[in-house]
Design a protein around this ligand. Structure first.
Ligand SMILES: Nc1ncnc2c1ncn2[C@@H]1O[C@H](COP(=O)(O)OP(=O)(O)OP(=O)(O)O)[C@@H](O)[C@H]1O
Length: 453
């Protein structure tokens, strides 16, 4: 099923005779029409066209191009992938060029040959379809370095894409997410994906180390710098030279050390405790926290200047309860992993799956992992039951986000397909049964939604 078959052409033209003529010359395409900016935007919301042809001179002032340019801006603001073909007056090349500079796909001077218009529209549809296909394919892939990270949730897949995109830059990355959401997995993935960095991945948990030791852990110390400093020891920053340093729970870093870290980020040199020599270090910093750092800044518990140094790219990681279908997907994977470890062939019973899907998982993936580990030990037979996972049912009521029927319908379809595939552990025939559709229909849906089994 091609999405462009569902996405029509929108013809915006205030001269009704000309509108008819354009529609007629493009009768091979499914089309809808509009005569001014307001009706064009209403049609855009209703039909999500892939291609738009538009006149620049639109009412209330059809002799000027003001409304046309406003409309062009609004269309591309709503969806930059829409291909807009601008129809201009005979000697209006400057406006045509301005439209293209604003992002229009092409222009055509009136009066135009119907065949030329037909060809332009056809090419625009083809390009739109190719780009959409490309996007779908990209969205389907979790980057190799993140191969251990399981997800089918669109928001989490976007997080993976961001990690992949920023990997080969030097930008500092801040990972924000609840405990157990996979911040360390992502930080390691970022490091592995970064081909420029052939040094080590070094992680330090700022909350787990007593304040007086954190400085020497980070910056290292010279022999004799303090009692017990028996030999010169490089710090974590130095150890991560040419690699990546992960500062976990950065929100817990004491103020005095925040100042020292800021100095390092500005000057990119470290001085070991008790040392006088400045050592240049090239390191990519990834920090993570479950705290609301912006709030910590407001409350004066975290330095604002350090925050901006660290937060060049901020990545928000959704909690497990907000990821569509991931609880079941991960549960199946953990059952396989722990089953193999214990040499047992185990599967999840339906009641266990339903309990897993309904649970809010405050401890996120780590909690789920532990829960399945325990359940694989508790299970008597080949099936893990709801009792083995030890979860009380909960209702997963959700807030309603959008009232746009098309968007809501598509979102509902996507959630149902992802959830069915997850519950069926990727078996398409079983997922089709759960959804009450045929297998080919499900394949079509998966293709359209960019989902793999
Ligand atoms: N998407 C995922 N697929 C598979 N395993 C995952 C995924 N996300 C996290 N895990 C696993 O869950 C556990 C917790 O992940 P991780 O330590 O990265 O979380 P975290 O956010 O850094 O937690 P904390 O804030 O408590 O340090 C790890 O064992 C990790 O391998």
């Amino acid at each position: 099923m091609s999405p462009d078959k569902l996405q029509p052409l929108l013809i915006v033209e205030d001269d009704l005779a000309l509108q008819k003529q354009i529609k007629w010359s493009l009768d091979g395409f499914e089309s809808v029409t509009a005569h001014d900016r307001e009706s064009a935007m209403a049609q855009l919301r209703r039909h999500a066209p892939a291609v738009v042809t538009m006149d620049l001179g639109l009412p209330p002032d059809a002799d000027s191009v003001t409304e046309g340019f406003k409309l062009l801006e609004q269309i591309l603001g709503a969806d930059p992938d829409i291909k807009v073909i601008v129809l201009t007056g005979q000697n209006d090349q400057s406006n045509a060029l301005k439209a293209v500079a604003m992002g229009a796909y092409d222009f055509l001077a009136k009066p135009f040959e119907p065949e030329v218009l037909h060809l332009g529209v056809e090419r625009a549809f083809r390009l739109h379809q190719l780009q959409a296909e490309n996007k779908r394919l990209q969205a389907m892939q979790t980057p190799d370095a993140l191969a251990g990270l399981l997800t089918r949730d669109p928001q989490m897949l976007r997080v993976c894409r961001t990690i992949e995109k920023v990997a080969n830059t030097n930008a500092s990355v801040m990972l924000l997410g609840e405990s157990g959401t996979g911040k360390e997995v992502l930080a390691r993935g970022l490091h592995q994906q970064s081909h420029r960095r052939n040094g080590k991945f070094v992680a330090i948990n700022c909350a787990a180390i007593p304040e007086n030791l954190l400085e020497s852990e980070l910056f290292g110390y010279e022999k004799g710098a303090f009692t017990g400093a028996a030999k010169t020891t490089p710090g974590k920053i130095e150890t991560a030279h040419a690699g990546t340093l992960m500062l976990d729970e950065i929100g817990d870093m004491p103020m005095a050390l925040q100042a020292k870290l800021l100095r390092f980020l500005q000057e990119r040199v470290v001085e070991r405790v008790g040392g006088r020599q400045e050592i240049a270090v090239d390191v990519r910093i990834v920090c993570a926290t479950h705290q609301n750092l912006a709030q910590c800044v407001k409350e004066g518990r975290f330095r604002e200047d350090l925050y901006y140094r660290l937060a060049e790219i901020v990545v928000e990681i959704p909690p497990l309860r907000a990821r569509v279908g991931d609880a079941a997907l991960l549960a199946h994977a953990f059952v396989r992993r722990f089953g193999q470890e214990h040499r047992r062939n185990l599967t999840l019973a339906d009641d266990a799956l339903r309990a897993i899907e309904a649970h809010p998982w405050p401890g996120n993936i780590r909690e789920l992992e532990n829960c399945i580990k325990r359940a694989t030990i508790m299970a008597d037979g080949h099936q893990i039951t709801a009792e083995d996972v030890g979860l009380a049912g909960a209702d997963g009521a959700e807030g309603d986000r959008s009232l746009d029927l098309r968007v809501t319908r598509e979102a509902a379809e996507q959630r149902a397909v992802i959830a069915a595939l997850a519950r069926a552990d990727g078996t398409v025939a079983k997922a089709a049964d759960l959804l009450g559709v045929s297998r080919p229909t499900l394949y079509d849906l998966m293709h359209r939604l960019g989902l793999k089994p």
